[in-house]
Structure formats: C-alpha cells, structure tokens
Design a protein around this ligand. Structure first.
Ligand SMILES: CC(C)(COP(=O)(O)OP(=O)(O)OC[C@H]1O[C@@H](n2cnc3c(N)ncnc32)[C@H](O)[C@@H]1OP(=O)(O)O)[C@@H](O)C(=O)NCCC(=O)NCCS
Length: 166
C-alpha cells in the first residue's frame, strides 16, 4: 500500500493522538509526549519535525525526528507509528525511507533510534534491523527492572563521513 506523504498539520492533532494510543504500546503519558512534540513543531520549533502518511485525507502513520542536541549531523528518530489496522503493508518502510532521504539532504550522518527490549517490541526491533539499523548499545534495566533501553544506529553515509576528521 502506498500512501501520500505530507506534513502533519494542526488538524491532525487529534488523529495523531488517537493513532498513537491505538497501537496499545504506549502509556498515556507517552502518547501525551507525541502530541506535545507536534505542538512544539507547529509552534515553529525546528528540533521536532513531522511527516505524515495519508490514505486520502486520513492520517494513517507519522514519523517524528530532529537533530540530536550537541552533535554534528546526528538525528534522533523519536517516533514512527503506523495505524495498527494498516501495519505490515509497507507504510512504515515508506515513511522511514522518506525520513532518511530528508536527512541525507540535511547533511545527516547518523540516525539514532531508542526502543525497548520488551517482548511487545520484538516486531519493532525486527523492523529496524531489517532496514539497516544496527544495535549499538543496550542499557540494562533502563526503563524498568528487566526492561532495557536498546539503541539502534544507522550510518547514512556508509561510513564515509563517520570516519572523516573535521
Ligand atoms: C514498527 C512499525 C512502525 C513498522 O511499520 P509497518 O508499516 O508495520 O512496517 P512495514 O509494513 O513497512 O514493514 C513490515 C516489517 O515490519 C515488521 N513489523 C513491525 N511491526 C509489525 C506489525 N505490527 N505488523 C506487521 N509487521 C510488523 C515486520 O517484521 C516486517 O518485517 P519485514 O518486512 O522485514 O519482514 C509499525 O508496525 C508500528 O507502528 N508499530 C507500533 C509502534 C512502534 O513500535 N513504533 C516504533 C517505536 S516509536
């Protein structure tokens, strides 16, 4: 399924909240953070950038990313969420590729993704791993006892810039 990719506007605030909650993966306070980041982006904060995937006028997925403070060319992918009814049909891949293409033109070098070691996130981890993201670190018990932080990296330059000296 191919969606059209467009910015996420104020009208999508409610749909974004609903679709984030509908995944069943995120606590209410985490869902609230996604909405807060959208509000910041709509207020002009360039640290948070959003791209939506639409089926007609309906927001069915989104990604949120931004430059990692204190780095050169490193970006965090904060959120990527696909409506549960439409998962597994290529929408997440389409969005991820579009974000990567944007970062490549923004002199992006590294993408960092943080996720959880919990079993519910196994499909999410597989999604990143199959798309070239490498597990770079794991912080045991970071989120909660038995719930580790797993950090993935993707080198957008294929190592060309990563090893270069300024
Ligand atoms: C992870 C996620 C963004 C992937 O998007 P998607 O549109 O379902 O993925 P695609 O159809 O492009 O790709 C399918 C791949 O993702 C994996 N996958 C992850 N979650 C899946 C799901 N619920 N259903 C089907 N496949 C899923 C599959 O292993 C599949 O891998 P393969 O193609 O390498 O065999 C999406 O499933 C999602 O929103 N999950 C819940 C929220 C989440 O975990 N977000 C990331 C942390 S912020």
């Amino acid at each position: 399924m191919s969606c059209s990719l467009r910015p996420v506007g104020r009208a999508q605030r409610g749909p974004l909240e609903r679709l984030t909650a509908a995944t069943g993966l995120f606590r209410p306070d985490e869902v609230a953070i996604a909405v807060e980041l959208l509000d910041e982006a709509l207020a002009g904060d360039d640290d948070y950038r959003f791209l939506g995937a639409y089926a007609g006028d309906e927001l069915v997925a989104y990604a949120c990313w931004g430059p990692t403070p204190g780095t050169t060319g490193t970006f965090d992918l904060y959120w990527i969420v696909v409506d549960p009814a439409r998962q597994g049909r290529g929408v997440g891949t389409q969005l991820l590729r579009a974000v990567e293409a944007t970062l490549t033109t923004d002199d992006g070098r590294l993408i960092v993704v943080e996720t959880s070691s919990r079993a519910e996130y196994a499909p999410t981890r597989a999604f990143y791993e199959r798309r070239g993201y490498v597990q770079a670190a794991r912080l045991p018990g970071y989120y909660a006892p038995g719930d580790d932080l797993v950090i993935y990296l993707k080198d957008l330059t294929h190592g060309v810039l990563a090893g270069a000296t300024a």
